[in-house]
Design a protein around this ligand. Sequence first.
Ligand code: FAD
Length: 366
Amino acid sequence: MTVAVVGAGVIGLATAFALAERGYPVTVYDPAPGSGASTVAAGMLAPVGEAGFGEDALTRLLVEGARRWPAFAARLSAAAGMDVGYRDSGSLLVARTADDLAEVRRLCAHHESLGLASVPLRAGELREREPLLAPGMRGGALLPEDHQVDPRRVVAALLAAIQAAGVRVVRRAVADLSTVEEPVQVLAAGWRSGPLAGLPVRPVKGQLLRLRGTGLRHVIRGYVDGRRVYLVPRADGEVVVGATSEERGDTTVTAGAVRELLCAAVELVPELAEYELVEARAGLRPGTPDNAPVIGEVAAGAASGALGSAGNRLRLGSPRVFVATGHYRHGVLLAPLTADAVADLVSGRDPAQVVKPFGPERWRDA
Ligand SMILES: Cc1cc2nc3c(=O)[nH]c(=O)nc-3n(C[C@H](O)[C@H](O)[C@H](O)COP(=O)(O)OP(=O)(O)OC[C@H]3O[C@@H](n4cnc5c(N)ncnc54)[C@H](O)[C@@H]3O)c2cc1C
């Protein structure tokens, strides 16, 4: 039984990898594999830093997503014969003003209430861990469980691994799922899954920068006069500075966003002003009404009802259609868990309990 995966971002590729590992023949459809949000992303694996107020089920998902990364990175690196840049050196929250520090302390209290690891740090302790921080920082916290990976390496490794496993990659866009012949289909086309399946998935634009220079030791999530900025330093000297969040569907890089990101970043770490500016990019996160992914089978009834749109309705009955999209800010973090969940569903097994609240039926039932 061949499985079609529509979309070759980190979600579709990880899913194809998991299906191939379980012995399924797989065909991936994408006109430009790896051209979506996945190769723009910073690659933070941040279940704690991303733990939102009132999002406890999503936080449990993120925590489980992070737990799967070390084994996934090892398997993928072995299959592709390349390193994917997984680094487990933790992250720092850094506050510049008294108000910023109050916000960081509020977050730490939230982490503690959920049983998540976060260790408050005084200004001096922060500077000891990260000597390049500007002298005026008020304090912050260590998030020892928040790590990182290089999403570009992950996408390249996944492409190499699936091709080595015999997965067919067809470079064409799927305009309508009814044109896909395979009896089992996984829709993983990022924000474009919305229009393809009539799901409430929309693009949320994020702009970020890539610098080059050395010296930073940790991922830093900065709170700078109420603005948020993160820095993700890689072993190879790349430093990602991100990111905007805009309710727009274009990928234009704007001067204003570049200025905002650079100003906030340099206020945190003045030495960044000396680094090479290598790239400015924008990507489109697949966002949903509740900021959480949608992973599950699209039932025939659902497809013909609230989830279907007049022109692009999913076909009823056979074939079976699964969706894996809407990962918003967490697609890299959630790729291994999502891939396992979809492979479980395709094989007729129950996915992990933490995934169950995130099926497509939650909007039909709303
Ligand atoms: C600035 C920024 C920073 C981010 N930082 C992080 C981070 O630190 N950590 C994290 O976990 N996440 C992060 N994200 C989020 C993450 O990038 C996304 O959640 C993730 O990449 C979504 O992956 P995807 O495979 O669903 O979509 P995409 O990567 O967008 O891939 C979708 C693929 O589908 C293909 N496609 C589209 N339409 C069709 C069609 N009709 N037929 C066939 N193929 C089609 C596209 O060509 C594309 O290759 C960030 C995102 C942005 C924009």
